[in-house]
Design a binder for this molecule. Structure first.
Ligand SMILES: [Zn+2]
Length: 521
């Protein structure tokens, strides 16, 4: 089986998802995650189109990735302009990535009606842009936009566009189903056709408007494509791009293609959840391979069979891609994560002990209230310790007050005051901040730092809020996730309440207690 290069465009095409916006910091974090997963190419943005992406590429010039190659994305030159004078091409070069991907027009309708230029000029634009970037010593991938729609209507001209890119020494030609409307049979036939006529390696870029993006990518691989483009969790405009989590799962575990390194495959599920948290787009529980329910068994007969031999009702061993088996209605329901976490914490817990049973009940009650510990490891550890009475709090809250004020000139002020008991002594402190949660965090730390000076090492690195579904007409609850880090580590905590300040306070306290606990070890 051929090696398949995985090309991720979560940060570029994926950022077009409705409701998703990545900050520069988010982009760096996601790049690191994709790098640790061993994704071959990370297309991270369009330096010619916005200052945020320019800033990102500037920062990335000083950072080194372990496994992935960073890619800058842009378009062919404008009509009737020299490549050397084209602002977009120049921005691509100054992003200083080893690989540059540019897209160009395959479809005559787009050339005449959108670009409003001639078919010949379009061919020149493709040839000259690729040649210009090759001359700058870069590896160049050419994305043939709307390739399949174009080929169905005017195969002769469409072929000329990719031949122009090939002649200019493009390293890869990527055939795009930009509108996502092609059927699998069409993709297979057209890729085969093109493969017979071009010697440049081919890639595939599909969209999911027919729920066929993964199937279409697989058909393209069968027909000879050796690069697959997509996004984690299938993020993307409209119905999304081809989902790399599913594609990597199938190509690696089912088809025995070499994709990401074998030892990284077990981090696929974790990467998928990580992206879900950062993008604030919930991963559907029934998502293939990586979803929470992908290996969850409920039917009694199924559970019984899986316990005897997991192959009975599972298409692969879930740990292969870092997911795990769950039993929903059996004796063993949900106990495995508890037992595994206990092992990590050097606590001995037996699956069958009454203590485990009690923990499970408490965990289920928490989950019912809206807590989710999959993404909040630190809170999960604290929860276990509190339940098992292996935990003594570092301080006690006597009370806090938070105020925000808006003045007539539009300026905002936030202030918090807090009273704590620490080692039997009552401490009072007050602080202001950029918003109520920041003020509360500062006041809390001000009181604590004199007793626990190492709290100075930590800071909040991320803060996310999600409104939970309202049930039975009560006020909506919010779930706050706080990510904190110090110089060695990062950890996530969770809080849930109808009041966003209380939910934030809960997550803040967990974050601080976790740090103190960690340092004590
Ligand atoms: Zn696309």
């Amino acid at each position: 089986m051929a090696d398949i290069l995985i090309y991720d465009t979560t940060l570029r095409d994926g950022s077009q998802t409705e409701g998703v916006s990545f900050s520069v910091k988010d982009k760096i974090k996601i790049t690191d995650k994709l790098d640790s997963l061993g994704i071959h190419y990370v297309e991270a943005g369009w330096p010619g189109s916005n200052p945020k992406d320019q800033e990102f590429f500037r920062i990335m010039q000083e950072r080194r990735l372990k496994r992935s190659v960073l890619v800058a994305f842009g378009s062919t030159r404008r009509a009737h302009q020299k490549p050397t004078e084209d602002r977009n091409l120049k921005a691509l070069v100054s992003a200083k990535t080893a690989v540059i991907t540019i897209f160009g027009k395959s479809w005559d309708l787009h050339v005449s009606d959108v670009l409003k230029t001639t078919l010949d000029e379009n061919l020149k634009m493709i040839f000259e842009s690729v040649a210009f970037l090759k001359k700058k010593g870069r590896e160049v991938f050419y994305d043939a936009e709307h390739f399949f729609d174009a080929y169905k209507r005017n195969p002769a001209y469409t072929l000329k566009t990719v031949e122009a890119a090939a002649e200019a020494q493009a390293d890869y030609i990527v055939l795009c189903d930009t509108n996502g409307g092609s059927l699998t049979e069409e993709i297979r036939t057209i890729v085969r056709d093109v493969k017979a006529k071009l010697s440049v390696p081919l890639g595939i870029h599909t969209h999911n408007d027919l729920d066929l993006a993964v199937a279409n990518s697989l058909a393209a691989v069968e027909a000879g494509c050796t690069q697959v483009q997509g996004t984690l969790n299938g993020l993307g405009e409209r119905c999304g791009n081809a989902d790399l989590c599913t594609l990597i799962g199938i190509l690696s575990a089912k088809r025995q293609h070499k994709t990401i390194p074998g030892d990284r495959l077990k981090h696929l599920t974790e990467a998928s959840y990580y992206l879900s948290e950062i993008s604030n787009v919930k991963l559907p529980d029934n998502h293939p391979f990586v979803g929470h329910s992908a290996f969850a068994h409920k039917g009694g007969v199924h559970i019984d069979a899986v316990l005897k031999n997991s192959l009975a009702y599972e298409h692969i061993e879930p740990s292969l891609i870092g997911n795990h088996r769950r039993f929903l209605t059996s004796e063993l329901a949900g106990k495995m994560p508890i037992v595994l976490k206990a092992q990590e914490m050097n606590l001995k817990l037996d699956k069958k002990s009454p203590q485990t049973e009690k923990l499970l009940k408490a965990l289920q009650a928490k989950e019912h209230e809206g807590y989710q510990f999959e993404a909040a490891d630190a809170s999960f550890e604290l929860f276990m310790k509190r339940e098992l009475k292996k935990y003594k709090p570092f301080f006690q809250l006597e009370g806090f007050k938070v105020t925000t004020e808006k003045r007539h000139d539009g300026r905002m002020f936030a202030e918090a005051s807090i009273r704590l008991t620490i080692h039997g002594r009552e401490e009072f402190s007050a602080a202001d901040g950029n918003g109520p949660v920041d003020a509360l965090d500062r006041a809390l730390r001000k009181a604590l730092t004199q007793f626990y000076p190492r709290l100075k090492e930590m800071h909040l690195s991320d803060y996310k809020v999600r409104v939970l579904d309202t049930k039975s007409g009560t006020a909506a609850k919010v779930r706050v996730l706080i990510e904190s880090q110090d110089n060695t580590d990062s950890w996530t905590t969770v809080g849930v309440h109808e009041n966003i300040i209380e939910a934030s306070y809960e997550a803040l306290v967990d974050s601080i207690e976790y740090k103190l606990l960690k340092d004590k070890k």
